[in-house]
Design a protein around this ligand. Sequence first.
Ligand code: ADP
Ligand code: MG
Ligand code: MG
Length: 451
Amino acid sequence: MPVKREDVLKDENLIKNIEEVAKDTALLHGVLMRTKETPNSPEVASYAPFTLFPTPVPTVLFHQALAVQTHFNRLVDRVSQNPGFLEETLASTIKVDNFTARLFNIYKQVQHEHHPQSIVLGLNRSDYMLDHSPDGGTSLKQIEINTIAASFGGLASRTPDVHRHILKVANLPEECNNVLDNNPAAGLARGLAKAWELYGSERAVVMFLVEDVQRNIYDHRYVENELWKRYSKDGREVAIVYFRNGYMPQNYTSEKSWEARLMMERSLAVKCPDISTHLAGTKKVQQELARRGVLERFFPDEPKTVAQIRATFAGLYTLDMGEEGDKTVAMALASPDRYVLKPQREGGGNNIYGSEICEVLENLKNSTERTAYILMDKIQPVPVQNYLLRPGAPLRLNSCLSELGVFGAYVRCKDMVFNECLGHLLRTKSSEHADGGVAAGVAVLDNPLLV
Ligand code: ADP
Ligand code: MG
Ligand code: MG
């Protein structure tokens, strides 16, 4: 007899049984990660952390996120091609943020050089949370867009089968139909293949630029293997540099790393992303795009596109020096729990919340250092009960918050020749953690259960 999810969650014996089945099923379906202890050895792998059950997501909001993705692809691309906008927007940030400044220097260095390569490949992931307003409504709000090294498109293609199996074992079989198939890795490979074809050299390869510590290698392998389904080649000419590294200061271990980045930027290879697209993904740019009238500049003849994009924007506030920035500081100090303070960093675990916002802003409020940050409305999703499965960690019922990601790819070769929404990713974390992704060890893989 079919049962209710609430009852299943409380049935300790059943959960114990499902726990083991779930872990085995994840391994069987290739939801894999290397271990902390041996991150570079293919001899030992475990399951990538995931939720025991998929998380309910309203169908309408899910489709809203998918529908806006090709517009975000075009927006990122247009921002990347607008030097005036990038320079003006990042001017204050690069004075105080060394990492962004170094990226910007590369951008400036190549700006007036001859660009050997006009093909651009963008592989991005736009992330959202579902904001629950006091009046009871729920709306889709963008957290950020990642234009470099957006991950988990590979593993996300393997998790739906795992959750469907768990639902069957948990006697919730009818819910299986509400877990969609998903294969962002195939789409990422389609984008890479399109750019490779346009590059036009049979012998040229796609270079995956990866981190030294490769726990998440299986996520890369899915994309790589999707490409192998299309081609088999050897040779060393690089058609595409696909960055799965290079988004954090610590990825640049010495001056040599920066020289390498500049060298790649100057090369004939298609960069995914090129330096301007990397900069287009900064939080400062996100904040500027939310300012009144700015989206209209990028889509002057498309009020519907503007409306569709803007509907996903949360409140974003500048901390630039001046009256507007002063107002932001006052607002944040008055009710820090309503906001998130964000530096120009990626990879999770960098944002500032609650009383710490006050500490930081009290210190920086009259200093240009504050312009390294932006302030954002804190999104307030409704917590959902679930179990998080993590190698070595005891199972415990958690109150959880989820973040929906949508993958997009585009290729520009003079004009846009490819622009697609590729699939999705749901990540879930215990609500006691304010911040942090899967790679940071906080969030786990999940699937939307459409309701
Ligand atoms: P990163 O580039 O490091 O992933 P994010 O902007 O995605 O930076 O922030 C990291 C995490 O912090 C998110 O995954 C989310 O859990 C949380 N977070 C970020 N912005 C908000 C927000 N406006 N409201 C609530 N939580 C947020
Ligand atoms: Mg990010
Ligand atoms: Mg993020």
